[in-house]
Design a protein around this ligand. Sequence first.
Ligand SMILES: [Zn+2]
Length: 138
Amino acid sequence: MQKGKFSPELIAPCGMNCGICKNYLAYSRGVPEKKGKLSLCPGCLPRNRNCYVKRGCKKLRRNEIKSCYECDDIPCENLDHLDRRYRSHYDMSMVENLREIKEKGMKEFLKNQEEKYACPECGDVVSVHYGKCYTCKK
Ligand SMILES: [Zn+2]
């Protein structure tokens, strides 16, 4: 089991763990871009991505907060919309992630994520989008 697969930089402002995103896994695990329709992404924060949630939030845009977990009124409309989509398609909730970070702290959250998304075959990360491991391809 590898240690420290996820880092705070991989946690996007919305609560998404970019470390389990197919585009990040393709980028970090060296999957050639030509295969399929994968785009490669180093993560929302490293890329400073102006995402859907950030575009709709003055506090994020003005850097008053770095992440939605610092916000007192989550979920806002945009975040709620994103959250619903992820809950129904990928069985994952940004809002739950944000609450967990708020309650238990980033370190504990990252540890729990590593357990939750560990590949049963090789111990690397399974993508939340395809339920697939890019390391052993299971
Ligand atoms: Zn694997």
